[in-house]
Ligand binder design. Structure first.
Ligand SMILES: [Cu+2]
Length: 243
């Protein structure tokens, strides 16, 4: 093999390697999804709702308020579970994102608001502190966004666009107030939603096809369910989770 041929072969393979990311990036269909389908349903608890866990507030009681029920598992009177993350796996392309331009994650009475934050990669936002005491905001993730920073009362931590580069899960905690907890879900595609107060959810404009629905709850764990999305139709799915 001639030297130049060899050089172009090596350069060529390097280019291919550089151009193929480990997981395919989601693309928004130009012109939107045609004849998309909907998946909707409700997530309920299979069995009686447990008595809420009471969080002991033993630090900054004046500013934080007293003991409170944990918002880790929120079950409605009729058994619906809030804050379950439902996502359709491996949708390569489809509808556009429908999230605000910026997110805000607040710390109010020493509780994270919202408990579960749904965002996307490259999204910018801020972590606020509405309390009269400082918080030490600390995140744990597999390289999605790791930060450990004191946020003074009335101040905020700005999260710029380049901080959250990939999808995944980020656990939030405060090193001063041990009871504070929450999650940021960085969705891979717009086909990720959170269940509402009564456990209801709806995922719209899905390109027809066979998929797997991923169901995740911070306390109840992860499960999967097969689903078929038909042209212009609504597929009903009810999910029952066990403690
Ligand atoms: Cu705190």
């Amino acid at each position: 093999m001639k030297f130049l041929q060899w050089v172009s072969l090596v350069l060529g393979s390097l280019f291919v390697l550089a151009a193929s990311p480990a997981s395919a990036e989601y693309t928004v269909m130009s012109g939107g999804v045609k004849d998309g389908g909907t998946v909707s349903g409700r997530v309920t608890l299979n069995g009686p709702a447990p008595a809420p866990v009471i969080l002991k507030v033993d630090e900054d009681i004046q500013a934080c308020g007293g003991d409170r029920p944990s918002d880790e598992l929120v079950v409605s009177g009729s058994g619906g579970i809030q804050n379950v993350v439902l996502s359709i796996e491996t949708v390569a392309s489809g509808k556009d994102w429908n999230l605000p331009k910026e997110f805000t994650y607040d710390q109010k009475k020493c509780t994270f608001v919202p408990r579960i934050l749904l965002i996307k990669p490259d999204m910018e936002g801020a972590v606020l502190n509405s309390d009269s005491v400082g918080h030490n905001f600390h995140t744990i993730s597999k390289g999605v966004y790791n930060v450990n920073k004191k946020i003074q009362p009335g101040s905020k931590l700005v999260v710029s666009k380049d901080k959250i580069r990939k999808s995944g899960m980020i656990r939030a905690k405060c090193d001063i107030h041990s009871w504070m907890g929450g999650y940021w879900i960085v969705a891979e595609t717009p086909y990720t939603v959170l269940s509402g107060k009564d456990g209801n959810f709806s995922i719209t404009n899905i390109p027809p096809g066979n998929y797997t629905l991923n169901i995740w709850h911070e306390k109840l764990g992860e499960s999967k369910q097969k689903l078929v999305v038909k042209k212009g139709e609504t597929t009903k799915i009810d999910v029952a989770l066990k403690l």
